[in-house]
Design a binder for this molecule. Sequence first.
Ligand code: HEC
Ligand code: HEC
Length: 156
Amino acid sequence: MRTLLFFLAASLAFLAYAESDHLSPSSPDGLRQGGTLGQDLPAPPIAGDPREVKREVRNYPEQPPVIPHAIRDYQVDKNFNRCLDCHSREAAVQAGAPMVSVTHFMDRHFQVRAEVTPGRYFCTQCHVPQTDAQPLVESDFKAVDEVIRASNRGDR
Ligand code: HEC
Ligand code: HEC
């Protein structure tokens, strides 16, 4: 009985030690900043809806434009595509929305098809709504106009 109690106490002490040892180091400063591995921190707030409702200038010609309107509850699956209700060739004029560009009709052989190609069917793979989100990591990205201006000044 004595030995059993001893082992029990010892294993409890070991568990407590292992726990504190493993969970106290500070967590790597990734997207979840600060704290230790064992700590529960509140999740950062989800970014809000579009900050302003207007189309944004693209930073370079092949940039998928950001979405200037809310898309909550817009269904996009194999049977139905809410985005195409307004952005398809047939619907765009009536809806007052910009039509998807010709690249959205090109298959992998660059043949222009009558329908939006499967590779461009799931719109939010490439297009994200504008939000008031702050960048998660620092970025020194420069829009193409800035790059051109800098190279014209000769200080590239
Ligand atoms: C009810 C109609 C409607 C639906 C549904 C809709 N849009 Fe739009 N969308 C618009 C209109 C209208 C504009 C233009 C807004 C403006 O000019 O300010 C627009 C603009 C955009 C733009 C900006 C284009 C540019 O050149 O700046 C993108 C990208 C876009 N929508 C993507 C989507 C995606 C992705 C979905 C589905 C998740 C979607 N839209 C669903 C009406 C719609
Ligand atoms: C594989 C990435 C990708 C997917 C998926 C995609 N797009 Fe795009 N989209 C782009 C890119 C890149 C551009 C800008 C260059 C271009 O036109 O190809 C663009 C441009 C647009 C534009 C602006 C067109 C113009 O002429 O100004 C609209 C509107 C748009 N997309 C809507 C949609 C909708 C709606 C869907 C879903 C049916 C969709 N996109 C799916 C990448 C994508």
